[in-house]
Write a protein of this length. Sequence first.
Length: 334
Amino acid sequence: MHPENSFWDALPFQKILVSTPEELLKHFGEGGKLIFQHTKIPEEIATSIAEKHTLVGFAHMPMVERQPEWLTRCALVVTVSKYCIDLLLRAGVERLHREPLYGVADGARGDPSQPIVAGSPYHWDRRKLRDRLLGLFEPAFTATQPRTFFDRRPGLTLGIVSLLTPIKQFPLLFRHVARILARHEVNLEIFGAGGYAQVRDLKAALAPIRGRTRFWGYHANVAAVYPLLDYLLTGLPEKEALGLNVLEAQICGTPVLAPRAPPFIETVLDGRSGFLYRDPRQDNGVDFERTIKMISEKKQRPDPRLASNHLAEFSYDALVERTRRLLASITSAR
């Protein structure tokens, strides 16, 4: 791993610090190793590795506005959903493991008894001068403001629990549905942080429901967040690979509202763990409004935890068995 990457520090296995891709070759030895490649590295280095070792590519994101060339030298390519498998096939990647390696959500993170306090909606990019300056002054400004604690408001409570990244397409979603939400007694609670432009564009798209929208910043304590929501609201589908927040919500008992499209048709059981609606870009939000009316009138929400067979697909035990089958497939091909 890179010396500045602390993400893996707590995991109990040997770690080798590598500052440049060129340093990889000297650590792998003469040959015969099984190597998982999770991101693009220079072509000549990847080719040298593939000549001596079994190189398995892991495609974490869907092939939408992305190029698959870096995966073509891999002996096998693994990805995280049936949706991503289909896109890789369309992109010409043939050496595919045809079973998705579904992720597992950790719904037990945090203490449900802890109060939720508002934080910054911004995730400052320290590479940009503007963000460095704004990130420098924001804590001083925040310190002068009273702390805001979460409280439920009358009406239907929808929530976003996600990093506010471009792949979620939240500004585009709300340009289609904010005016619809404005016609109903709906509150929006946003638990997540994003770059300056993403937050700016999202706030602009939310103008019709500005008074009923609150930003709470990033919260790792999902066990406390999800029970506060009537429904989790996803972003738009095509750039989403799977959606761990969708799994987290269901494991915590919070149903999901999502467009009826991959990958959400893999992760949400319509009517049992949430509700799927037609993409509002296709029908100008007609089906979305029908869904909002329906769930506003229903006195009971579906409890996703009752869909036990569905959730079992995304359990740790299921992940272990999928990994066994993956390793067996690699071993038989070597």
